[in-house]
Design a protein. Structure first.
Lengths: 405, 312, 292
């Protein structure tokens, strides 16, 4: 699939470059032929792990849609993935958007990281290319009034608020055993933003924040942070970091025998990761996470999970299913637009009420580009698997809170 | 003199580009080549002409970028007004680092490493300080107007970066042909001899680093205006420092056109490797890295050196 | 926060973490001391070594410490070949070119690893990954303690090599006076390659001691490059004792800095120390000329 794309691309790009250099307008916005979708993620550089999973999710969706008959309202037109690598840098992401524009993409899905998304959505806006932001949780992404930008999943403000709410529910149900909190977050956009929100709202609910620890990416050693934790003895640890640091933090805690009453993560990097659960079952056990998740009762989600886990060395992570759904969201919009024209797709997305997804969002509704129904779920690692514990309508298992008394 | 003519021709060609090309991709490529050239010119002023290699030029880039962004976001200052202030801040940072490093006689690898350390210190500080937005960074509000240095089309940005690189070219040309440039070259070749000849080595090096920093901070301002977002990693991280030194070394150290040649070749190389090597993550960059090593192996004096040799 | 048990444990953490840093820096300091090149590929090469240790464990079940006699010679050979065939050839003896070569090498290695092994973070499981040792109340992880003694051992071996063997003498000669060494008949290119090889062999050892408590992925080396440079300068470029001491000092500064200023801001201590040393004692603690 890739090779064919590449050969086609080489042929097209040769023609396109010649044409583009001379400034021929919109050569490839053909109504017939495949509908080109830009799939832009950081597949090299320090975000490579997540970027590759994102790409996987998008590609699976595109393949499924094509084998299911393509876009029916366009006579079965296939979706064609135009893959792009943002190299974990915003400026490269922008270059890729420019390239995708030349190649006549009808829309772009991407670019995972907030810093990159900020730049790529803007670049796409200059050409009115609809941009479905797959993950990028910074709220600024959908607060700039860009008409082309749509985010299917929640931003970190929604996640943080839901997290605080649900933590309070869990704590209250258990008789309020926990009152002190320690936040350990990564130093960049999502970690700092999330921590700020938590720190400002938790005290109002009666929690005392004993410490907020900010750490670098990467952090080579967590021994001292764990030492502080031992000294401060918080009831709840709230980590918000990327995979490697999260895993190292928890491993170090296990090593040092430091166990707070509960580990309640918000967008925890490894907390709802099947990879982490598989590799460190003892460490992961009992960890709670408020994060992107699928409706555990939806058969389509389970089918996709099975498919992905059947692939060699792949795990069913949020990068995968958020991208998978973003592509389907887009496909639905293209169906209803009955066109591969960019403006038509933007129109269709703006009015989307798509509900044929397996996320716990209800029917889609975009306000200023944010899907208002988007929300995280709260999961807990129990018995070697990740189960949804809140809210009740998605519950798979009863929460164990506190994990230790 | 021929060099000035060549600069003029190149500038004209670049200025006319938007009239003949409407492809956003090509215009973006031209802008990125010029941006990369500017980074290289700034570094080259100090390293190529002045002989002081810096591994932490991002320090000046980030200072310029943050100064401009912070002024706009926190104080509502107009971008055009913020530009000279940001450049002044950058030059001040350069003077500070220079004063400290040169006063203590740091040279060669020691100087290179101390600049790296300074850049890291600023990066760590930027993560923790309010006015840089900390880890969250600063996002410029979208205002598509030339009055706010956020041009609606690419042409505006092209002219802006062209103006800045023109300043860089003229600065480099001036260094090659002026008395100050001669002093700087003397310092580069041998500080002791230059001192013996009566050159105020410290002052000369200080001026060079301030000039270099000023140009670099202008690049930082451009980055923020074009991409709208800055955070500590982008501003002070190693990526910009590396990009600044790659171009001139590949293109030819201490030459007027080296940074442009290097920037153009590297951008082209990046595009070619990405198109040829396909979509498997990492493969295109492996080819890029190999090509880089190859270029150094076979063109030890850079591309300008190759051209110079040919024309002898 | 400043009560003694915390401080003591933090100090020990710093020392053991610093030992790992020292292992990485030992190789770098030799490479700088002899070849006078700042090896930007050092982090990427550490990553290569870590993958070596990982696959030996994952595919052949070899314990990382048992892998030492495999990794160290293997990395030596890799280093020798790299210097002989790539770095030496492409460098043409010019600083800026060698810089570019090591940069290019870093790009190649990181992305080759990405293409070959994918971006997933890999960890190994050993019996002692979660064990700790109780040192006067402080719980220190076993792999860290082993790394501590490993660093001492490697440094001692290197010191013995450099001061007591003919090869060591040749290396010292080349480091001090390249042309002179050539004149007295020392094969300078060979010594360069051997030095580079030994530098990488140290990385092989570092990887064996590091992986049990850490992980590997294509970008993992990047986190160690700056710290390694800091230590090399702190200890004195070319000094093994300096790299060892420097490693411990940097580790402790990092630890205590984190305790006082928070983990993120605390990193500043390392670089402020770096700047201070460069300004006030650039030859480092143990001086540039003295290696013993």
């Amino acid at each position: 699939m890739t090779r064919q794309n590449r050969r086609q691309f080489l042929r097209q790009s040769a023609a396109l470059s010649a044409g583009a250099a001379l400034g021929f307008p919109a050569i490839s916005r053909a109504q017939s032929g495949p509908v080109k979708i830009g799939v832009l993620h950081p597949v090299t550089g320090f975000l490579a792990y997540s970027g590759n999973l994102c790409r996987l999710g998008a590609q699976i969706a595109i393949d499924e849609i094509n084998s299911g008959g393509g876009i029916k309202s366009l006579g079965g037109a296939r979706l064609q993935a135009i893959l792009g690598d943002a190299q974990s840098k915003p400026e490269v992401g922008v270059s890729e958007v420019e390239k995708m524009n030349e190649q006549g993409v009808s829309a772009i899905v991407g670019a995972y990281a907030s810093a990159i998304c900020l730049a790529t959505s803007q670049a796409a806006a200059k050409y009115s290319i609809p941009n479905v932001v797959d993950v990028g949780v910074a709220d600024q992404i959908v607060e700039r009034g860009l008409k082309n930008t749509f985010r299917f999943g929640p931003g970190y403000r929604t996640v943080a608020e839901a997290a605080i709410n649900d933590l309070h529910i869990l704590n209250t149900l258990a008789g309020k055993p926990a009152s002190t909190v320690m936040i350990v977050h990564e130093e960049s956009l999502f970690g700092t933003g999330t921590a700020n929100l938590l720190a400002s709202q938790l005290p109002g609910l009666g929690y005392r924040i004993v410490e907020v620890v900010k750490h670098a990416n990467p952090t080579r050693d967590f021994s001292n942070i764990v030492l502080r934790m031992k000294a401060l003895n918080p009831d709840i640890l709230i980590p918000a970091n990327y995979y490697n640091e999260y895993a190292l933090l928890l491993r170090t805690m296990k090593q040092q025998n430091v166990a707070p009453k509960a580990i309640y993560s918000v967008l925890g990097g490894a907390a709802s990761s099947f990879k982490f659960v598989k590799e460190f079952p003892d460490v992961a056990n009992g960890v709670i996470d408020c994060n992107h998740w699928y409706n555990p009762k939806d058969k389509r989600a389970l089918a996709l999970r099975k498919k992905v886990e059947g692939m060699k060395d792949q795990f069913f992570t949020y990068e995968v299913f958020l991208n998978y759904q973003s592509v389907y969201l887009l496909a639905d919009a293209i169906e209803r637009a009955k066109s591969s024209r960019r403006e038509a797709i933007i129109e269709a997305l703006a009015h989307s009420t798509w509900d044929k997804h397996f996320m716990p969002y209800g029917p889609t509704k975009f306000v200023n580009g944010q899907n208002t129904g988007a929300r995280p779920l709260v999961m807990q690692v129990l018995k070697g698997d990740i189960s949804v514990v809140l809210p009740k309508e998605y519950r798979q298992a009863d929460p164990v809170f506190p994990w230790k008394a | 003199m021929r060099e000035l003519a060549a600069i003029g021709v190149l500038a004209l060609a670049a200025a006319l580009l938007p009239a003949f090309v409407s492809s956003g991709f090509v215009l973006n490529l031209a802008i990125m080549v010029l941006y990369s050239t500017l980074l290289g010119q700034a570094w080259n002023l100090l390293a190529g002409f002045g002989g002081q290699f810096s591994f932490g030029h991002a320090l000046f880039f980030g200072t310029g970028a943050y100064a401009s962004a912070a002024l706009q976001v926190h104080l509502g200052v107009n971008a055009w007004l913020a530009l000279p202030i940001a450049i002044a801040c950058g030059a001040a940072a350069g003077a500070l680092v220079g004063a400290v490093s040169f006063r203590y006689g740091l040279r060669g690898s020691y100087f290179a490493l101390v600049t790296l350390a300074f850049a890291e210190v600023f990066r760590i500080l930027a993560n923790s300080v309010e006015f840089t937005g900390g880890g969250v960074g600063l996002l410029l509000p979208l205002k598509e107007s030339a009055a706010d240095m956020q041009f609606p089309g690419k042409a505006g940005f092209l002219y802006l970066i062209l103006a800045l690189t023109l300043a860089g070219f003229l600065g480099s040309w001036w260094l090659k042909h002026s008395r100050f440039g001669a002093w700087l070259a003397a310092v580069r070749d041998s500080e002791e001899s230059a001192a013996a000849l009566g050159v105020d080595v410290f002052r000369v090096k200080l001026a060079a680093i301030a000039l270099s920093a000023a140009l670099m901070s202008a690049a930082g301002v451009f980055y923020v205006q074009y991409f709208h977002y800055i955070d500590p990693h982008i501003a002070y991280g190693p990526a910009v420092s590396v990009e600044a030194l790659l171009g001139p070394i590949v293109g030819g150290l201490g030459t007027v056109f080296g940074p442009l040649l290097g920037a153009a070749v590297l951008q082209l190389l990046g595009e070619i490797t990405r198109n040829l090597a396909g979509d498997a993550p990492g493969v295109s960059l492996v080819v890029y890295g190999v090509a880089l090593i190859g270029m150094v192996m076979f063109l030890p004096r850079g591309i300008a050196g190759l051209i110079a040799r040919r024309s002898l | 926060m400043l009560d003694f048990p915390i401080l003591f444990a933090s100090l020990l953490n710093g020392l053991t973490q610093g030992a790992v840093y020292a292992l990485v820096a030992l190789g770098l300091t030799l490479i700088y001391g002899v070849l006078h090149i700042i090896n930007f590929a050092h982090g990427a090469l550490l990553m290569v070594a870590l993958y070596g240790v990982f696959f030996l464990n994952a595919r052949l079940g070899i314990d990382p410490y048992v892998a030492l006699p495999v990794m160290v010679p293997a990395m030596f050979v890799l280093g020798y070949c790299l210097q002989r065939l790539v770095v030496g050839r492409a460098g043409h003896g010019k600083d800026e070119n060698i810089l570019l070569v090591t940069l290019g090498l870093a790009i190649v290695l990181e992305n080759a690893a990405l293409a070959a092994f994918k971006s997933d973070t890999r960890t190994i499981e050993t019996a002692y990954t979660f064990s700790t040792v109780n040192l006067a109340g402080a719980m220190i992880a076993v792999p860290k303690v082993i790394a501590f003694f490993g660093a001492l051992a490697v440094a001692a071996l290197l010191l013995a090599l450099i001061s007591r063997t003919d090869l060591g003498r040749a290396i010292r000669a080349v480091a001090k006076e390249r042309q002179g060494a050539r004149i007295v008949g020392i094969d300078v290119e060979h010594v360069f390659a051997v030095s580079f090889g030994i530098g990488l062999a140290c990385l092989g050892a570092a990887a064996c001691f590091l992986l049990p408590a850490y992980y590997v992925n294509p970008q993992v080396g990047n986190g160690f490059v700056l710290i390694a440079f800091t230590i090399v300068v702190l200890g004195g470029m070319g000094s093994f004792a300096g790299a060892l001491a420097g490693g411990f000092i940097v580790g402790v500064i990092e630890s205590l800095g984190g305790l006082w200023l928070g983990e993120s801001l605390g990193q500043i201590g390392i670089f402020l120390a770096f700047i201070a040393i460069l300004l006030f004692r650039p030859q480092g603690l143990f001086g540039a000329g003295r290696r013993a």
